[in-house]
Design a protein around this ligand. Structure first.
Ligand SMILES: NC(=O)c1ccc[n+]([C@@H]2O[C@H](COP(=O)([O-])OP(=O)(O)OC[C@H]3O[C@@H](n4cnc5c(N)ncnc54)[C@H](OP(=O)(O)O)[C@@H]3O)[C@@H](O)[C@H]2O)c1
Length: 271
C-alpha cells in the first residue's frame, strides 16, 4: 500500500485468513496484498510460490493445478473462518483446430478441474463460515474470436460457482460467495505475445480494492459483479462496477468483440 493510499476498509465478522489460489502474480497477488493489509493471515498458492523473492508478509505454498498429484497433496490448512479466492488462470488465443490435445488438457486442468478438485479439499478442511471469492471473466459472456476454449472454461467456472451456492448455504447459513467477472487488466504476463495498450486496461491493485470492498459490504449469500473497463475518452481503463449476471452476447453480433465498449451491454439483473 502506498503512503498516500486510504487505509484498507475493515472486513466484517471475525475472518482470520485468506487462501488465494493463484496469489503469486497479477490480480491474485494484488488481492493477497490487500488481504494482508486488512489483517488477514494470507496464504498464496502457485507454481512459483517457492521462488517468490519477497513474500511481503504473504505465506507462499507450492501448487500446480495442472498436476493431479500436487492438487491432491498441497497443504490446505488455513485458520478459520477463511476467505478462499479462486484466481489462478492463463489465457489462450487460438482456434480450436490449431489447439493441441495437450493445450486443451492443461488449460482445462488450470481453469476448471484443478481448482474444482483443490476447492473440494480446501472447503472440506475449512471450518464454516467460508467466503468464496471467484475471479471468472467477462469472457464468460462476451463474444470473442479464437478464444472458445478460454471463454468456455470461464463460463464453466461462473456456472459452477453459482450452483455451489445452495450447498454452501445448506452447510452454513453465513457462508458467502462472490462471483467477479473482470474485463481487461493491465497484466502483461497474462497477455503474453499480444500487442495491447495496457494504458487503457484496468490496474490490478485498483480492481483488488474494489473486490475486497464488495466482499466487505456483501450481506446476501451470493453476489455476482461485473468490473469492466471504461472506454470513454479521457477515462479509458477506469473500472466500472455493475451487479448481476449478463446475457451471453450473440456469436454473430458484429462489432461486439473486444474492440467494442466493454460497458455497452445491458445487465439482465440488478440488486
Ligand atoms: N488479465 C486479464 O485481462 C484478465 C481479465 C479477466 C479475467 N482474468 C482472470 O484473472 C485471473 C488472474 O489473471 P492475471 O491477469 O492476474 O494473470 P497472471 O498474472 O498470469 O497470474 C496468474 C496466476 O495463476 C497462477 N497459475 C498459473 N498457472 C498455474 C498452475 N498450473 N498452477 C497453479 N497456479 C497457476 C500463477 O501462479 P504461478 O505462475 O506461480 O503458478 C499466477 O499467480 C485469471 O483467472 C484470469 O482468467 C484476467
Amino acid at each position: 500500500m502506498s503512503p498516500s493510499s486510504p487505509p484498507a476498509r475493515p472486513l466484517p465478522g471475525h475472518y482470520r485468513s485468506a487462501a488465494v489460489i493463484g496469489g503469486t502474480h497479477g490480480l491474485g497477488r494484488a488481492l493477497a496484498l490487500a488481504a494482508r493489509d486488512r489483517g488477514l493471515r494470507t496464504v498464496v498458492y502457485g507454481r512459483s510460490a517457492a521462488s517468490v523473492p519477497d513474500p511481503d508478509g504473504l505465506l507462499p505454498r507450492s501448487l500446480d493445478l495442472c498436476d493431479p498429484q500436487s492438487v491432491r497433496t498441497a497443504p490446505v490448512d488455513v485458520p478459520s473462518p477463511a476467505y478462499v479466492l479462486w484466481v489462478a488462470g492463463a489465457f489462450l488465443k487460438k482456434a480450436l483446430a490449431e489447439t493441441t490435445e495437450d493445450e486443451v488438457e492443461r488449460l482445462t486442468r488450470l481453469l476448471f478441474s484443478g481448482p474444482v478438485l483443490f476447492l473440494r479439499r480446501l472447503l472440506a478442511e475449512a471450518e464454516d463460515p467460508v467466503h468464496l471469492i471467484t475471479i471468472a471473466s467477462s469472457s464468460s459472456w462476451k463474444r470473442r474470436e479464437r478464444e472458445s476454449l478460454y471463454c468456455g472454461l470461464k463460463a464453466a467456472q461462473a456456472t459452477f460457482v453459482r450452483n455451489l451456492v445452495p450447498e454452501l448455504l445448506a452447510a452454513h447459513p453465513e457462508n458467502r460467495i462472490t462471483l467477479v467477472n473482470p474485463g481487461g487488466l493491465a497484466v502483461p504476463d497474462f497477455h503474453t505475445g499480444l500487442a495491447l495498450d495496457f494504458g487503457t486496461m484496468m490496474d490490478p491493485g485498483e480492481v483488488a480494492e474494489i473486490v475486497w470492498n464488495i466482499a466487505a459490504d456483501q450481506r446476501r449469500a451470493f453476489t455476482e459483479v461485473q468490473i469492466l473497463r471504461s472506454r470513454a475518452p479521457g477515462s479509458e481503463g477506469t473500472p466500472e462496477v455493475s451487479y448481476g449476471a449478463r446475457a451471453p452476447q450473440a456469436p454473430e453480433e458484429p462489432g461486439a468483440d473486444a474492440t467494442a465498449g466493454e460497458t455497452a451491454s445491458t445487465p439482465i439483473r440488478h440488486h
